[in-house]
Design a protein around this ligand. Structure first.
Ligand SMILES: NC(=O)c1ccc[n+]([C@@H]2O[C@H](COP(=O)([O-])OP(=O)(O)OC[C@H]3O[C@@H](n4cnc5c(N)ncnc54)[C@H](O)[C@@H]3O)[C@@H](O)[C@H]2O)c1
Length: 324
């Protein structure tokens, strides 16, 4: 199998996770990493055998086949534009940015570059997706109930709205993306926030958000998010159709009918590895392999637009339409 060389921009928590996954793919070599925190870059370099380089220019000088961008939300923009300008395949961690205009600008650049792109919405690669479709067996979904009820993640940028975009944009976006994949586009949202931030020092993100969603299909839904807990309480999506409820979590799917619930176990890491495998296969493969990518930059942009519409609706106390 053809070898794929990879560079990493950002060497924090999620970069380390991708590196461990890429290590399980026999044809990948991580050749370079850059991170403004030298110790972080160095530790990643020692773990992977990559060269720790001073900046993005030096990383692109190594001519990697693909670049993983694993930086905090507010840092996106110039990095992707440089990578795409070099004609290099791009894997970007979600969210695409802390705001919408930055992501729209990168999407334009990605379309012009025509390179392989992929976004870290790994829930799309979960066996839960095929299982949910099989269980629904064509029954239309009438009600969608998404939730992300959690603690504040232990990274310094997360609880600042300007840096992360807030919980819906940064975190509940996984659930929104899955809802779009299984139920289609949302055309209108109406959201409310509990604007008291979580207890973390200096935090200014909302403590809780609830949004009502109207899907183009006619389905209706809600998404609830809160970061006021001290544990991960629930992250998942429930789909309700005639005589059937399907609850999707990272580690299981529960199908409930009048006969009672049936639980199907999942390995959460399978979806994460599958997302990396699909991207690498598309980079080394031909046009057909690109079809294995379930969420490229353009597709993720539509999910990001939905998350930003919810944030806007909550901030301005008014419904926001997405179909105009
Ligand atoms: N898909 C998932 O399940 C998942 C899981 C965790 C995080 N993420 C996403 O990944 C992104 C990063 O999260 P994290 O947990 O790794 O954060 P982190 O804070 O642990 O790591 C981010 C790294 O980026 C570096 N960085 C900052 N500016 C940079 C720049 N200009 N160039 C290069 N590096 C720069 C920081 O020094 C830091 O080491 C976030 O957007 C987060 O939402 C996704």
């Amino acid at each position: 199998m053809e070898r794929c060389t990879v560079g990493f921009v950002g060497a924090g928590g999620v970069a380390v996770r991708h590196a461990r996954q890429l290590d399980q793919l026999e044809n990948v070599q991580i050749v370079a990493v850059t991170d403004p925190v030298a110790a972080t870059a160095q530790s990643f370099a020692e773990m992977t055998g990559a060269a720790a380089v001073s900046d993005l220019d030096a990383l692109l000088d190594a001519s990697p086949d693909a670049v993983y961008v694993c930086v905090p939300p507010h840092v996106h923009g110039p990095i992707e534009e440089r990578v795409l300008g070099a004609g290099t395949a791009l894997f970007v961690e979600k969210p695409l940015a802390a705001d919408l205009p930055t992501a729209e600008r990168i999407a334009d650049a990605a379309r012009r570059a025509g390179v392989v792109t992929s976004v870290g919405h790994h829930w799309r690669y979960s066996p839960a997706v095929d299982l949910a479709r099989e269980l629904l067996d064509g029954r239309p979904v009438r009600l969608v109930v998404g939730s992300w009820l959690d603690r504040v993640p232990p990274v310094p940028w997360w609880s600042k709205r300007e840096l992360s975009g807030g919980q819906v944009v940064e975190q509940a976006v996984h659930v929104l993306d899955l809802a779009r994949m299984l139920c289609g586009d949302v055309v209108e949202v109406d959201a409310y926030a509990n604007s008291t931030p979580p207890g973390t020092s200096g935090a200014d993100v909302d403590g809780a958000t609830v949004a009502i969603l109207r899907f183009r299909s006619g389905a209706v839904g809600t998404v609830s998010a809160s970061c006021c807990l001290e544990w991960k309480h629930r992250a998942g999506l429930e789909l309700h159709a005639d005589g059937l409820s399907v609850a999707i979590h990272e580690d299981r799917v529960i199908a409930t009918t009048a006969q009672g619930p049936v639980e199907h176990g999942l390995q959460p890491d399978d979806a994460k590895l599958a997302a990396d495998r699909a991207f690498i296969d598309a980079v080394v493969g031909n046009g057909a392999a690109r079809a294995g990518i379930r969420v490229d930059y353009d597709e993720a942009l539509r999910t990001h637009q939905l998350a930003c519409a919810i944030a806007e609706s909550a901030a301005h106390n008014r419904p926001v339409r997405l179909d105009e």
